[in-house]
Design a protein around this ligand. Structure first.
Ligand SMILES: [Zn+2]
Length: 277
């Protein structure tokens, strides 16, 4: 596992399209919407949104099978409703003040808000798909929290395997990250490229290759997130290492729920500790 994490983050150093780690993004000054790198990022996100919707639908469906959510008619109906919400997402909205964060507002479940620093910091299709897929999974869960049983099952397995405490919002965030990396892997499988598979797959994780590895109540630390994702899907770790065939709330007025992925909050909180037992 350590070798897989090291391989992922050292790939970042050599890849011209590598993502910027979120602790470095957080240290940057705000970027206007017109900044060329942010414009490129927005174009990339808009171009990849339709593909990512399909990849997320497939990934959620596969995870629902793996974690036995299709065992009952009610479970099948919940997964179908979740996938229908994903298919309704139509817009990526750039936002200067969101900086290094992306978020969804469940009152407006057709839009993903994307900080301009984050748009500029994800320089590959693989990285963008992993983050778009993460946000789409929040929307899939939606107000009815249709995917709560799936999030609980994923978190339970992850906790057993890592010893990390993964409950509540952390379970949702981890599951969104898992859908994100599965979507990126499926995209790599479906698109021909001259680039090595391990390099492309590493891009789905690289924004978590931080030096300042702190956690908060809602998220595992970035590096522990990479570790937990590899633990949940060992094939990912193998693929990064060996280059085998590359075969993821806050209350608001009016009862609205917004899920913000706060890279900066993660970096700023001093109370965080490594939770490995
Ligand atoms: Zn999130």
């Amino acid at each position: 596992m350590d070798r897989a994490i090291a391989a992922t983050c050292s790939e970042r150093v050599h890849d011209p399209l590598a993502s910027i780690p979120i602790d470095q993004m957080q240290a940057r000054p705000s970027l206007p919407v017109s900044d060329p790198a942010a414009v490129d990022g927005l174009r990339r996100a808009e171009r990849l949104l339709p593909t990512t919707r399909q990849l997320v639908a497939t990934a959620i469906s596969e995870l629902a099978k793996t974690y036995h959510l299709y065992a009952t008619p009610a479970g099948r109906a919940q997964v179908a409703a979740a996938i229908a919400r994903v298919e309704a997402v139509k817009r990526v909205k750039p936002d200067v003040d969101a900086r290094d964060n992306a978020s969804v507002l469940l009152r407006d479940p057709r839009t993903i808000e994307f900080g301009t620093i984050f748009l500029a910091g994800l320089r590959s299709d693989e990285a963008m798909i992993s983050v778009l897929a993460h946000e789409l999974t929040h929307i899939a869960n939606g107000r009815p929290e249709s995917l709560r049983p799936l999030f609980f099952a994923i978190a339970r397995r992850a906790s057993l395997r890592t010893g990390f405490r993964i409950r509540g919002q952390r379970a949702e965030e981890l599951s969104c990250d898992l859908v994100g990396v599965i979507a990126a892997r499926d995209f790599i499988n479906e698109t021909a490229s001259w680039e090595p598979g391990p390099r492309r797959l590493a891009r789905a994780f690289e924004h978590n290759c931080v030096d300042d590895d702190t956690s908060d109540e809602d998220h595992l630390s970035p590096r522990n997130t990479i570790r937990t994702l590899f633990t949940l899907d060992l094939k990912l770790a193998t693929e990064v290492l060996e280059g085998n065939s590359i075969s993821s709330s806050t209350s608001l007025p009016y009862g609205v729920r917004r899920i913000v992925d706060r890279a900066s909050e993660r970096s700023l909180r001093s109370s965080s500790t490594c939770e490995q037992s």
